[in-house]
Design a protein around this ligand. Sequence first.
Ligand SMILES: C=C(O[C@@H]1C=C(C(=O)O)C=C[C@H]1O)C(=O)O
Length: 363
Amino acid sequence: MTIQRSIDDLRAEVDQINRDLLKLLSQRGEVVAQIGHAKTQEGRPQHYDPAREEQQLHELESLNPGPFTGAAVKAIFKEIFKASLALEESNDKKQLLVSRKVKSEDTVLDIDGVRIGGDAPPIIIAGPCSIESEDQMEQTADFLAAKGIKILRGGAYKPRTSPYGFQGMGVDGLILGNRVAKDRGMLFVTEVMDTRDVEIVAEYADILQVGARNMHNFALLREVGRARRPVLLKRGLSATIEEWLYAAEYILSEGNNEVILCERGIRTFEKWTRNTLDLSAVALAKQETHLPVIVDVTHAAGRRDLLIPLAKAALAVGADGIHVEVHPSPATALSDNEQQLDFAGYDRFEAELASMLKVPAGV
Ligand SMILES: C=C(O[C@@H]1C=C(C(=O)O)C=C[C@H]1O)C(=O)O
């Protein structure tokens, strides 16, 4: 006569089996991680191996003693393969050069004495959207230099939505931007759009900007990675955080570790702002990478009335700096009329942010 075991008793046995299975699963995970590492070292382009999975499923089905059906056994193991693959790939991600897992301490750039990132106080990068004339640049640089701004921006090559929009002054703009900045002891940052221009832009600019529309231009990323100049890498209009970090990885993988990440808003369904400032991307990029992260409030908002609260929010989540467009006469600017600040507007902006831009006490 078989004695009926109690549910509690049976469940205790199931609990023990669970613990044994978990131990085996963990053991399997450790081995899989080693396989993943070996694949990376061999330079295999992908970790997923459907033929290997198929072979295991086939064997398991043929060995299946029941009571589970073959289909159930296959489904369970397919889940195990899926989790194993995710484990392999996430371990692999830890190897990215941009990752904090590879370099735990903050990267602090020191560009001619201007420090960006880590324990440095937040920096402001300011200047007009486009370099338009000598007068416009002299006036803006005089104003900003007097305010203690160390980095002057200005576009010489403009990626305009319409091919008929103002395309920038080109090399003349580079020469002008460089001269105006150097005369006042400032750094000059400007966008490079074409691999063929990297050399000439690097000759005149202290920081090369890769714009949002070029974040996926892998040839350009490689080229600025080979240039010996720091790079300001804007996040693409519709780029995920992962794609943005991989874009930075392209630059680092060419040997250039001096990358500043710049969140500038992403395209969403919202119409009242030009883009939506993704503050979680700033916090995440700071957490996941060791690179300095700054926020371009001008493009994130696309409207002047939001610049101050967005800049405050950016600094509050840990941004290492703010990028803002300033123009002597925004109404007559050749680009971005709606969002550049005039000098009085910049005065208010700076006054509101002043306490957040100081070096934190005790540093
Ligand atoms: C562990 C490997 O990588 C992946 C995971 C597998 C698994 O968990 O068994 C099988 C094939 C791959 O998709 C492997 O290739 O052996």
